[in-house]
Structure formats: structure tokens, C-alpha cells
Ligand binder design. Structure first.
Ligand code: FE2
Length: 402
């Protein structure tokens, strides 16, 4: 028999008959899974004495633990743990080059960041001072040398069970957080959908196509991306802009569908669709509803301060309102309405350019001009996609106007 086998046999002989009872397979399938997970735990043994490492390895292997890593050099511990965080560290205290306390120190950031990384200190020196110091530096339990083999296994098992409970708790929390995020998103989408239907209902009353709100959203998102707004803002504006006229739901047919010019009183009532829309959208806790409220309130403000409802000027008007102002008018121009023919793309762009620094923010107008520029086939293709246009755009007219 080899020397190692002899010593292995000695370990087996020293283990009491029933010491592994309860540590092996269970009847209950869930417990079996737990047991498999427990036995797959990664255990790092740090001791400068190869004989101590050998003994612990044999005891643990016999108990079914397969995932063991060992080192006799304490200077390696931090990098080993950094490569892959173990489930348990068995740490000798008195070693050359670096004692166990210094190892604990070097592991402090990892211990703090880890879910629950148990460190079992193994030493012949177990004075109250040593214990207190090790505990204060992150150790979770102690083992006295020479080992009591039953105690070794039971303490290791206890620490690993706690570690796995923490991991399970973390996993459950992550699942729960993901569910909450999903439900919140569903709730937000449901609210938006209801409001979107309202906006469409309002639109059906004065536009026959029902496509105006969608196109204003798409064009606003295009303008926002040319203006280099963050991706999330671009997506928000795509969904929020179609709600700009939701307040029209509160405007009477007599005003909304009146073919002729509106009287000053009627004009005032019609203009109230901005404040009514904002009111309808107010109090929302989601960013999308907040942006939609801002747009509903400000999409008829003008860069020169002559707009409504508040007469804000320049950058006093939120950028979202300035973007939707351009998209809304541009869309109305290229759209066919009962009172007007659909303008060509060229005519519409020329009209928007004419209102640069008057009705509209010059930066937003420039973004539109950039999109329809002949040098920018990608932008033009996007505009064509929104408006289903196949006309060839001639920018000369616009450059003459500017
Ligand atoms: Fe409007």
C-alpha cells in the first residue's frame, strides 16, 4: 500500500461510523438538489503545510466534496479568489511571507463585495485575542488544530449551507426585481396605450387618416436623433410625441370641425387643447407620461415668444416641445386635409425653413434640413419611409430661401 493510501486509510479509520450520516444523498428530490449543489461547492484550502492540506483534502473528498483548490503560498490567495470567488476558504493563520491576518486584509474588498463568502480560520493558536482579531477582519468561524474530523465537516457544512442560502436569496431577489421591472413596464405600456387610444380618438375627429399622430412620433424621434439626444430620450419622444394633441378630446365638434375661420373666443377654446392635454397627462410617475405632458403643453409655443399657451421663447421652451412643433407643422403641411391639398415635400420644407428663428428653433429646423439634404441619402430614405414618398426632392428652393 502506498504511503498516501496508508494515510488515507488512517483518516477513514479515524472517522466515526456515523459521521457522514446526513451528509449524503437525501430522499426528498429538493434536498437532493441542495445536496448536489452543496457538494459542488468550490473550497479553497490555504496552509503552508502540505500535510495539513492533504489531510483536509482527503476528509473533504471522502465526504463527497469534489471542487477543491489548494495553495501553500498565502501570497497567491488574492489572485486565486479574484479569478473565481470560492464558496468557502479554509485559512491557516501562521504562515511564512504573509500571515492569515494579512490574507484577510488583502481579501477585504472581495469579502465586502461578495454575497456571503465564509472564511474558516484554521489554527493551533486560538486565544480569545486571535479569535477576536480574525472575526473583526472577516473570518466567520474557527477550527482548532489538531483537527476533530467530525467538527471539521460539520463546521464546513454549516458555513456552506449559509453561503448557499445567501446565494439562493440573492437569486430570488433578482427574479423578484426582474418581475417588478416587467410589471412596471406592462403598467406603463397599458397607461400609454389607453392614452394613445384617446389621442387617436381625438385625431379621428378632425383627420381622416389617423396616421398623423404616429408620423409626428416617428419624425420627432428622427429629429431628436439628429440633434444627438440620448438613445433613451429618442425612444421616449417617439412614444410621447403622438400624444401631443390628446387635449383635443375635450374640444367641442363645433370648434374642432368648423370649416371657416374661428372667432377669437373659439380660437382661445381651441388653444386650450394644450393645457387640457397636459392636465390629462399630469400626475404620471413614468418618464414617458411626464415627457408627453411637457409636449402637450408646449408644442404650440414659438421660438420668438408669440406662441401659446404661455408665450415662452427660445430655450425657455423644452426641447421636446420645440422638436414636436416642427414635426407637427411639417406633417400637417404634407398631409391632405379637407381644407387644403397635401403640400409637396419641397414646399413643406421651404415653409419650415422660412419660420427658422421665428416660429421654430433654428437647431431643429437645421436637423430637418439635414434629413432631407441631397447629400444625406440615409436621412432622405428615412423621411420617405415615414411619408411613403417617392418624389425626387429638389433642395434648391430651400437654399434660395435661407
Ligand atoms: Fe396641437
Amino acid at each position: 500500500m502506498s504511503k498516501e493510501r496508508e494515510s488515507d486509510q488512517r483518516v477513514r479509520d479515524r472517522l466515526p461510523e456515523n459521521c457522514l450520516e446526513g451528509l449524503e444523498g437525501r430522499e426528498n428530490p429538493e434536498e437532493k438538489v441542495d445536496e448536489i449543489r452543496l457538494k459542488a461547492s468550490r473550497i479553497l484550502i490555504v496552509d503552508d503545510q502540505p500535510a495539513n492540506i492533504g489531510l483536509l483534502q482527503r476528509v473533504l473528498t471522502r465526504a463527497g466534496f469534489q471542487n477543491l483548490q489548494t495553495t501553500t503560498d498565502p501570497r497567491e490567495v488574492a489572485s486565486l479568489v479574484d479569478q473565481e470567488v470560492p464558496d468557502l476558504i479554509l485559512l491557516d493563520l501562521w504562515m511564512p511571507h504573509m500571515d492569515g491576518f494579512q490574507v484577510l486584509d488583502s481579501l477585504a474588498p472581495i469579502i465586502t463585495a461578495a454575497v456571503y463568502l465564509p472564511i474558516l480560520v484554521v489554527s493551533a493558536d486560538m486565544t480569545p485575542e486571535t479569535k477576536a482579531r480574525a472575526l473583526s477582519q472577516g473570518a466567520k468561524d474557527f477550527l482548532h488544530k489538531p483537527f476533530d474530523l467530525v467538527e471539521v465537516l460539520l463546521r464546513i457544512r454549516n458555513l456552506l449551507e449559509t453561503r448557499h442560502l445567501y446565494l439562493e436569496l440573492q437569486r430570488q431577489n433578482e427574479i423578484l426585481e426582474a418581475r417588478v421591472r416587467e410589471r412596471t413596464k406592462e403598467l406603463e405600456e397599458a397607461q400609454i396605450e389607453v392614452i394613445d387610444r384617446l389621442a387617436r380618438a381625438a385625431e379621428y375627429r378632425d383627420h381622416s387618416t389617423g396616421q398623423h399622430t404616429r408620423r409626428v412620433g416617428e419624425l420627432s424621434a428622427l429629429l431628436a436623433s439628429v440633434l444627438e439626444l440620448p438613445r433613451e430620450e429618442v425612444e421616449l419622444i417617439r412614444k410621447a410625441a403622438p400624444l401631443h394633441d390628446v387635449g383635443k378630446i375635450s374640444i367641442s365638434d363645433a370648434i374642432l370641425l368648423k370649416p371657416g375661420r374661428l372667432s377669437p373666443d373659439e380660437l382661445e377654446l381651441n388653444r386650450a387643447h394644450t393645457t387640457l392635454g397636459a392636465e390629462l397627462l399630469s400626475g404620471g410617475r413614468f418618464p414617458l407620461l411626464k415627457m408627453a405632458e411637457e409636449i402637450a403643453l408646449t408644442h404650440h409655443e414659438r421660438w420668438d415668444g408669440k406662441g401659446y399657451p404661455r408665450g415662452l421663447a427660445g430655450e425657455e421652451i423644452p426641447l421636446t416641445g420645440r422638436i414636436v412643433a416642427v414635426a407637427d407643422v411639417f406633417d400637417a403641411l404634407v398631409d391632405e386635409r379637407p381644407y387644403k391639398r397635401a403640400w409637396t415635400l419641397e414646399e413643406a420644407v421651404a415653409e419650415i425653413a422660412k419660420q427658422r428663428e421665428k416660429q421654430f428653433d433654428p437647431a431643429v429646423v437645421d436637423a430637418l434640413l439635414y434629413l432631407v439634404d441631397t447629400e444625406n441619402p440615409k436621412g432622405r430614405a428615412m423621411i420617405r419611409e415615414i411619408y411613403d414618398l417617392d418624389e425626387v426632392y429638389d433642395p434648391e428652393g430651400i437654399h434660395a430661401i435661407r
